[in-house]
Design a binder for this molecule. Sequence first.
Ligand code: ACO
Length: 334
Amino acid sequence: MSRKRARISALGCHVPDRVVKNADLEKMVDTTDEWIHSRTGIRERRRAEPGTPTSEIALNASRKALDLAEMRASDIDLIIVATITPDVPFPATACILQDKLGASRAWCFDVSAACSGFIYALTIGAQFIETGAHRKILVVGADVMSAIVDYEERSTCILFGDGAGAVLLEPAEDETGILDFYHETDGWGAPYLNMPAGGSALSTSHETVDQKLHFIRQDGRQIFKYATRKMAEAPQILLARHGLTAADIDLYVAHQANARIIDAAAQRLGVSPEKVVKNIERYGNTTGATIPLALGTALDEGALEKGDLMVLTSVGAGLTVGAMLVRWSGVPWK
Ligand code: ACO
């Protein structure tokens, strides 16, 4: 059986309405707009109303993708949700989303790879299209980061925002689609970025809550260095495999963690600045949603057209590394 290539056939993006500007954070922690913008490139981020489940923003993004594709939810074979802020520890948010969408034929599971979650999920979904097992797959990256951020801790609360992005995967009909992927995991880096409590190693108790161990912890400098290196090296490995260089790509779509990380990684890879997609100024780091939201930004700006060659890349807690080579198939938009 010849393998089919998977293509992204639709994209839907959703961010909550409420905007949290740096000036708002100045009132909550000891920080300034100048510090935040100069160190991260972020001006504002979106924040869902407290108690909003991730499945809800995932639903909004998924409905947009389905509407644009003129596809019924009941046509979907498989739903994969990449998130580190599931509605509940179990069942999977993908199962909850399935019910809300009415995608009754689909089987569903979540992927936990933090900021690399979307690319990991895309890689997994593409395999089922390539083998011919499925023809319609919904891949969602969604996180309500505000649920696990300590708004009294200035080095993390400034970084994160809430958002969701959904794509549909279908068999490619031409030479476009997902061409290849490259992933790495460095489990030794798990302590650098994590949520210490709430799992089997340290179940939730009054003490863990008092010690704020149910919030994100990170070693920002270690993550900064690692992300800068890996979001250049992983695409480099992928491009070399195809006899390509950075000069051959039309667009560099990196996980939006910090504008300085994106710029440094792009420079290291040799990508010229006009090929770099950035929306971190408006959305901050939305974890599983940054890559699809960045694709939406590229489409809004007219920077992405059918046939364009792009590299997607990410680094996240784990530590996880993702890179994907995509020849854009074109999607219905707006
Ligand atoms: N406002 C003002 N001062 C601050 C703030 C703030 N919001 N946050 C930290 N500082 C202070 C620190 O306390 C420190 O003060 P000190 O020197 O008196 O101790 C000083 O600023 C410098 O701190 P650094 O950590 O060295 O600052 P840095 O330039 O590295 O920026 C940052 C910190 C923005 C967290 C950066 O390290 C970073 O972006 N790292 C990547 C982390 C990340 O992206 N995590 C997201 C998940 S992983 C991923 O998406 C890849």
